[in-house]
Design a protein around this ligand. Sequence first.
Ligand code: AMP
Ligand code: ZN
Length: 110
Amino acid sequence: MDNCIFCKIVAGEIPSAKVYEDDKMLVFKDIEPKAKVHLLCVPKEHFAFLSEADDKRAALIGSMLQTVGAHYKEWGLEEGYRVVINQGENAGQTVMHLHMHLLGGEVLGW
Ligand code: AMP
Ligand code: ZN
């Protein structure tokens, strides 16, 4: 997608503090962390909303969560973490490329 900042990060056109990459997804540090550890999990495929998830994308999202579950201890989240997916205006979604926030590294308030 043209003009999508996360597509540019996936393509390596914009630098990111990457902590993990595989054929489906990238995990990198959020540039404006809202917790001691704040990572973003971004699928390599561009789509913005869960409402655009067909079976293939649903499997992709499941696989991303499985990867988080397999690697969170390596990312400083061993004491617990929160997974957040912002969708749309009321949630404050600013990047229209689906992503999961991983928040942790400290006790989180609501
Ligand atoms: P959301 O509000 O759910 O759309 O989240 C977008 C997140 O992307 C925000 O937490 C931003 O701080 C983060 N962000 C925006 N640009 C970058 C970037 N170039 N590198 C890392 N994180 C970014
Ligand atoms: Zn994109």
